[in-house]
Design a protein around this ligand. Structure first.
Ligand SMILES: NC(=O)c1ccc[n+]([C@@H]2O[C@H](COP(=O)([O-])OP(=O)(O)OC[C@H]3O[C@@H](n4cnc5c(N)ncnc54)[C@H](O)[C@@H]3O)[C@@H](O)[C@H]2O)c1
Length: 271
């Protein structure tokens, strides 16, 4: 399997390490796509002896079977549809971008037309198997509370506008509460999990999102509650953050690797 990676950060590095160790069988990274010659991806590509490319055309020239997007919402907009149209399978990590209905439909249509797989891994959460099954019968309520230490909410324009002193917080503070449709775009790199939950479940308008900065937390902690005709379930996830990036959970990185493993498999356990 020829693998392309968009982005040269935490997730890209983890991928390269595992593929180099042979943990993904015959998978081989054929290109890393970055934004400029100054991108972190360039150094990463050099360290792992992988070609570094700067645009879609050069990425396609490396003939990937599957591309893992581990970059940003912008990258999903730029690369998503053209890759799928060309029949290249796509694994999307920055799935908050798909809160834009027009973009999501374009990607879905391109996948259906070319037969390429569009995969959005569960990322830093779980329980999507039970949610998908419950949705066939009918689900009334899905809520997710995304709670992280205050440092994880730094550098976000929406949070800065709230004028909260994150370093001075002594108790939990709600930064957002409302429909995922409204909340997801406020936090482009922090609540992708609310997006995948919405898409696997009852959609962005009906999924409720609560975003909390909690100074007592060490781990990013998420609570998911689902109520429907088949019953109800609640899940709590305590995620260890990646050492070099407090916004990204280890579980999310490994969820992407698990999604890549599933691309070539004809056997599936779990919904
Ligand atoms: N779905 C989930 O649960 C989940 C969990 C963690 C992270 N993510 C998302 O996955 C993405 C990658 O995460 P990460 O921890 O590796 O991030 P990171 O910040 O460590 O690395 C991202 C890299 O992508 C590069 N990049 C950004 N836009 C680009 C573009 N248009 N073209 C090429 N390169 C570009 C950046 O320069 C950076 O090197 C982020 O968008 C993050 O929000 C999703």
């Amino acid at each position: 399997m020829r693998v392309g990676i968009i982005g040269g950060g935490t997730i890209a590095r983890l991928f390269l390490g595992h593929i180099r160790r042979g943990d993904l069988g015959h998978a081989r990274v054929v290109a890393i796509a970055g934004r400029s010659q100054r991108s972190r991806g360039r150094e990463l590509a050099k360290a792992f002896r992988v070609p570094f490319v700067l645009d879609l055309k050069s990425l396609l020239a490396k003939k990937p079977d599957v591309v893992v997007e581990a970059a940003s919402h912008e990258a999903v907009r730029e690369y998503g549809e053209p890759l799928l149209r060309k029949g290249v399978a796509l694994i999307v990590l920055s799935c908050g971008a798909l809160c834009d209905d027009a973009l999501r439909r374009k990607l879905e249509r391109a996948a259906v037309k070319s037969g390429a797989l569009l995969s959005v891994p569960s990322g830093g959460i779980g329980g999507l198997d039970a949610l998908k099954a419950a949705c066939v019968a009918g689900v009334e309520e899905v809520t997710i509370a995304v709670t992280k230490p205050p440092a994880a909410w730094k550098g976000i324009a929406y949070v800065e506008k709230l004028g909260i002193d994150l370093d001075g917080l002594r108790e939990p503070r709600i930064l957002f509460e409302g429909p995922a449709r409204e909340g997801v775009p406020h936090f482009p790199a922090n609540v992708n999990i609310a997006a995948v939950l919405s898409m696997a479940g009852i959609g962005f308008d009906r999924t409720r999102l609560k975003v909390v900065a909690d100074p007592a937390l060490k781990h990013n902690t998420h609570y998911i509650d689902v109520k429907g005709r088949t019953g109800s379930f609640s899940i709590k996830l305590e995620n260890v953050p990646a050492p070099d990036n407090p916004k990204t959970a280890w579980l999310a990185c490994y969820s992407a690797l698990a999604a890549l493993k599933a691309v070539g498999s004809r056997v599936r356990y779990g919904t």
